[in-house]
Design a protein around this ligand. Sequence first.
Ligand code: PLP
Length: 371
Amino acid sequence: MNLPFFPPDLFETDRDAMLALVHEVGTTPDQRFILGERTARLEAALAEMTGARHVIACGSGTGGLELSVRALGLGPGDEVIVPAFCCQPVASAVANVGAVPVFADIDPWTLVMDPVETEKLITPRTRALLPAHVFSIMADMPAFRDIAARHSLALVEDAAVAQGAVLGDHPAGRWGDLGVFSFFQVKAFGTPGEGGMVLTDDDELARACRMIRNHGQDGVTRFLHHRLGVNSRFDEVLAAFQLHRLPGFADRLERRARIADYYTARFAGLADRGVQAPPPGRDGRCYYVYSLLVDRRDEMRAWLTEKGIGSHVYYPVPLPEQQAFANFATPDRTWPNARRAGRTNLAIPIWPHLTDADVEYIADTVCAFVS
Ligand SMILES: *Cc1c(COP(=O)(O)O)cnc(C)c1O
């Protein structure tokens, strides 16, 4: 058996399409490789799919968070509450504009930012909340929306891992003033390269994001810079490739969801033996990775490796304990749930082209470890 965690054949079925698109984009008379007609079509397709009034393609998920923070005008003196256990851009996007990331601990099971902890951290300087969906679970967006409304805060929803997920009757990416998707290869709608999207219903925020992504220009007149911006543009070849992949997205998501349902059912009885699966169900679930919490994590990992199954450990060190964010971690605070998640999380393969036999073998192997 050889079931890698990062499969090298993720885009194999679309190889011919990709080669044709590279040629097509490369030989069009207008020689437009970024922010062209294909990018506009991809933005329109995602607007239609999500119901967002504006969708702004950008250079990456990180770029999307950076555009969001800048479009909101955040800067020195402002505080933004972010999860202590997450991908680091939630904190660096804030710190890079001179604002302060304030780290909230997470729920010990769902691993997303805890709304109760979050509300305790609000001060007169707090301007925004930046919850993120993590691994398999969407953050409690109704609670964050309520907190943001009661304290007049902006809400940025990091939906980098949750494109296609739905909580209640709202898709991921549509809960905040701004929502962000990532097309990093392993994300649900990943691509072989970098890309991201910002979603918003707000005309002014959308206008700001569009200008900031391309050096403060308005997209009409070149070399006129209305405000300070960055380079966070979108690639035409990848836009064409994502348009090609879009019709299959729902089926790939459903396949991931079924694998997750199967794993969760198989692992239901293991919680009191030191292996905790994510909560069952489909509402507010995403299937970016399927992450277990395992007491004897490193032993389980070695066992899986021995049986030919790749696995992955995410975020072993909580963000506020990282050197990069030392200035933002006050010594009187600790993040015990983030620390425990870093010590116990173990992600197992969930890519859509796993066969049923592969999935069964992975589940059997996990179960065999504890018995
Ligand atoms: C992947 C990820 C990002 C960053 O997206 P990139 O496209 O890799 O820049 C941000 N937040 C979360 C939660 C992520 O998982």
